[in-house]
Design a protein around this ligand. Structure first.
Ligand code: ISL
Ligand code: CA
Length: 569
């Protein structure tokens, strides 16, 4: 495997600016707040910061509704603040990648406002978006929005509908229009001139809509078709991304990561191919139980809980398929997912730190580029204090609640509230927990979203004061990745007999020099397993203080290192 690109050895730290650090007492995180905390990010040892959207936006969907791609949301600061952040980060050896949200814009974007103005052929901007006539007095097709309700909104003035796969304030851009592509590529090059280090590309697999916009299959008792499978990997998506590569990406030493939902390995390889003609890597969703989530939009709770076998099968599949043929990204959580320790680990006080470290090591010894979502390095959890819908802010959550409870698809709101405490995107968006001051040191005013009350125990200050903290465990993992080539270039192999194991995930990484053996207990059970560890093996990192060899304790993780040619004992 060729591992010469800087991003193949990099670790990324994801900052959700709204919830990271408030610097001006309005209860909302901002760019100056990030500047204040650069030392903390640097101390963790990561190489890159991915910023969720900070552009001008009415903020219907956490900034994923952009009204000006070349301006900063005043709530977050000014362009001068951004320039300062970028130059300070660079001076510290930290790169910054931005979020590129170009499947849709905000309905407040100038392009959409001009598009709305008239349906006459002389309106150049009409065709920037996807407009269709009604069919039999109804929506042009049966697509539902990913955020509940129909994917079409009617415009009285012109008598046409516009498409929005997400909220109605997020109209889909028409990528078939060369002017749209030209405008987007220009905008990207404008950011390149500022010196940013790449882009994370929001739902980039959805940009090419299928010809004729056919109805989508209806599942469950939904009245809408799910456009996901119909719109993903549309007919011209690779043509458009190659054009973007040609006109923008290939000109800069960037890293790019495409967010692509519902992707097979073979589909994914087309985007993240080794020849560099499209993107560097993707976020795919299989291991985070994406499919478990989508049922919720129909008011059905599949009861999906993460099972080791599913997660392991998925990881093995992606590790194996991409070995030598492409590059993947590695993550347990982000701003759309529940907190990793709550979903995959165990947040009970006796297991929280152990399971957070186990998850960290399990992921960080895989091949790919690891992403750490803010607070993951502290073992931050879902917010159990969310007891009422009035405490939530996320548009997906609120729409889902409206659709299921207020429209009486569910008889009680309790079921929904229980579901949201596990799955709502707001779990990941509660303010970063810095210390024991009021509002966790995030802000001295009431935060835009409630702080998780457990900040008294779980916070950055406590972590930095404790040499055994999850924070320092991540710091060590990141150092190891920088030091040991095998973590980047080694071949991944599941141990024989591990495929059906309900408790342990055990794999090796091997290059010509070094082999790493990773043994992780995904459960709270104590297990006996004999892994035939070579005599020459040394423990590289572990989350207990001793090695009981064949006895593997709750959430134990241990990583052995030995020369690849060492004899078995
Ligand atoms: O969040 C989800 C499930 O909880 C997904 O359906 C999510 O909407 C999908 O992964 C796309 O996410 C991205 O685009 C959205 C935005 O709301 C998300 O925050 C973003 O990550 C629309 O721009
Ligand atoms: Ca602020």
């Amino acid at each position: 495997m060729q591992t010469e690109k800087w991003w193949q050895k990099a670790v990324v730290y994801q900052v959700y600016p709204k919830s990271f650090q408030d610097s001006n007492h309005d209860g909302i995180g901002d760019i100056r707040g990030i500047i204040q905390r650069l030392d903390y990010i640097k101390q963790l040892g990561v190489d890159v910061i991915w910023l969720n959207p900070i552009y001008k936006s009415p903020d219907i969907d956490g900034g994923y509704d952009i009204s000006d791609y070349q301006d900063i949301n005043p709530t977050f600061g000014s362009m001068a603040d951004f320039d300062e952040l970028l130059s300070k980060a660079h001076a510290m050896g930290l790169k910054i990648i931005m979020d590129l949200v170009v499947n849709h814009s905000s309905s407040q974007h100038d392009w959409f406002q001009k598009s709305l103005a008239s349906a006459e052929p002389d309106n150049d901007y009409r065709d920037y978006y996807v407009w269709r006539d009604p069919v039999d007095g109804h929506e042009p097709n049966n697509w539902g929005s990913f955020f509940s309700g129909p994917a079409w909104t009617y415009d009285e003035q012109s008598g046409q509908y516009y498409l929005h796969l997400f909220a109605k304030e997020q109209p889909d851009l028409n990528w078939d229009n060369p002017k749209v592509r030209h405008s987007i590529f220009n905008m990207m090059n404008w950011w390149a001139a500022k010196g940013i280090d790449g882009f994370r590309m929001d739902v980039i697999s959805l940009i090419s809509k299928p010809d004729g916009l056919p109805d989508a299959p209806i599942t469950g008792d939904s009245i809408f078709g799910n456009p996901g499978p119909v719109v993903s990997n549309g007919p011209r998506v690779h043509q458009y991304i190659r054009e973007m590569n040609n006109k923008v990406l290939s000109k800069h030493d960037w890293m790019t990561v495409g967010e692509t939902t519902g992707m097979s390995v073979n589909d994914a390889k087309k985007y993240a191919n080794i020849d560099g003609s499209e993107l560097d890597m993707l976020f795919q969703f299989e291991h985070v139980g994406y499919d478990g989530d989508t049922n919720a939009a129909q008011g059905h709770f599949s009861g999906y809980t993460p099972k080791l076998k599913d997660i392991r099968d998925s990881i093995v599949k992606w590790q194996t398929a991409f070995d030598g043929t492409g590059w993947t990204s590695l993550y347990w959580s982000n701003h759309d997912q529940p907190r990793a320790v709550s979903w995959f680990g165990n947040k009970a006080p006796e297991y929280r730190e152990l399971s957070a470290k186990m998850l960290a090591a399990l992921l960080h010894f895989l091949q790919g580029t690891p992403y750490i979502y803010q607070g993951e390095e502290l073992g931050m959890t879902n917010n159990d204090a969310f007891q009422s819908i009035t405490q939530y802010r996320d548009v997906e959550t609120l729409n889902l609640y409206r659709q299921t409870v207020e429209q009486k698809k569910l008889t009680s709101s309790k079921e929904m509230l229980d579901y949201l405490r596990i799955h709502s995107r707001d779990n990941a968006r509660t303010p970063m927990q810095w210390d024991t001051c009021s509002n966790a040191g995030f802000s001295d005013s009431t935060p835009w979203l409630e702080t998780n009350p457990n900040y008294q125990a779980i916070n950055a200050k406590a972590a930095l004061d404790n040499p055994d903290s999850i924070f320092y465990f991540y710091q060590k993992l990141i150092k190891l990745r920088h030091q040991l080539p095998v973590i980047t270039d080694g071949t991944f192999k599941l141990l024989p007999d591990n495929e059906q194991d309900d408790h342990i995930f055990a794999y090796t990484r091997t290059n010509s020099e070094t082999t790493l053996l990773i043994i992780a207990n995904f459960t709270s059970d104590t297990i006996t397993r004999n892994y035939d560890v070579p005599k020459a093996a040394q423990l590289l990192i572990q989350n207990y203080t001793d090695d009981q060899e064949t006895t593997i304790r709750p959430y134990e993780v241990k990583v052995y290192q030995y020369p690849t040619k060492s004899l078995k004992k």
